[in-house]
Design a protein around this ligand. Sequence first.
Ligand code: FRU
Length: 521
Amino acid sequence: MIMKKLVFLLLGGSVFFLFACQGKVSDSSDESGRAYMNQKYRPQYHFSPERKWTNDPNGMVYHEGTYHLFFQHYPEALHWGPMHWGHATAGDLFHWEHKDIALYPDSIGYIFSGSAVVDKNNTTGFQSGEEKPLVAIFTHHDPDNDLQVQSLAYSTDGGKTWTKYKDNPVIENSGIKDFRDPKVFWHEPTSRWIMVLAAGDHVRFYSSPNLKEWNLESKFGKNAGAHGGVWECPDLFPLALDGDEQNMKWVLLVSINPGAPNGGSGTQYFVGDFDGHRFTNELQGNQWIDYGTDNYAGVTWSNTPKRKIFIGWMNNWTYAEQIPTSTWRGAMTLPRRLTLKSVAGEPRLVSQPVKEIQALQKEVFSLKDKRISENSLNKDFVDIDLSEAMLQFRTVTANAGEIKIRLYNKDGEKLDIGFRRKEKEVYIDRRDAGVDSFHVAFPKIQNAPMSQWPDSLNLEIYLDRSSVELFVNGGERVMTNRIFSKKPYSHLEVMISSGEAKLEQLRIFEIESVWRKEQLN
Ligand code: FRU
């Protein structure tokens, strides 16, 4: 299909992301000599570990104004290995302070994924002073027999230091392979703790008065949802449907690897009821929180007053250990607020970047009311560095066939984001987006269904050196992708295949780095 092009002239567009400063070459600089938080593919407003490997986000808990983020971490290498819990904190979900490692492997095993809670009523008896105990509930993985059990660790100093519970584990394993990733919350109606745990091809719900003694309540999922791979990293929480607090639903997240709609790792969800004992699903078909290939093992923060805030690992097990970074490997998605919205009569999970991102954004360009058709073809080019940027499009689709947005640079690298009316789908094409020879599965077009062809498309596209996150129509569809262009994208085109469309507004924002000066220079 031949695309008719509209290319925008952006006069005076400032070059807004500076070239990396030349720092001292040290073990934390990459081969180009850039300082360690300023390397070529290093996210500037997404979390990544200072050094070495990360996978899943873990133990996310909000406590006294601080968001804690722990993460699966192997501090010795750029690949998966004996797992630790790395730790970082932020007051705003963006300016992360890297902290000491919180949990090290021990005689029971590696420290796999899990959650953390504030034990407000001191049900555990771990409290020693004024400070409410933080309790981490995690999986211990024994590498010798490949079996997993569930354990506790606690902090009585607000998360600075952690002690493992002396009577670990608190849930033994009767021989089930893939028995892991406990997510725990306080269930007010029955006044006890509930744990959701992945067990191979289903999840299990347990209850406890004190986080130490657990009782199996029920199982869910053998005959529901997608089963192309192992079930991992579940989460369970209530959300108000369409903001109506009288109409609360329970959302169950389950990550699965492989078996995601665009290959490899992905996260499905169910919506229904949880009565303190069992979960019942009311959704038809398989639903996915994100259709891109790079959002996995995501769960939500516990103890947040109003919002449900989600973060995922921005990677895919298919190629996670091969992505081309040299001193660290792995990053998290943007933190996203989850809400539940009725779409064509069915409850659907909607994800939007948390509002705190706005404080980092500065508008650098805007344009209004452009007809997109053959006649408006324009041969001039945008020329701005889109390394760390957000592009916001408001488009009336009118009678246009395919609508495509292309981000590209003068080295011929390009990323296409498109909408096909006939197929009622959105896609991201990263086949020519940059370096991709590290794995055959990486260069690919990824598609996501749209429930209906919309009259207007409101898009937010977040770019951060080696990632793109697409939020369609307020987050009803989301696609997250890693991309490794050799040069930043700097140019922009909007194309349609037939008919006409109108670009009501395009705004471009630069997004400032969250890292400290000494980490960047
Ligand atoms: C998901 C996962 C979890 C496990 C952890 C190990 O990516 O496989 O199920 O706890 O990673 O690092």
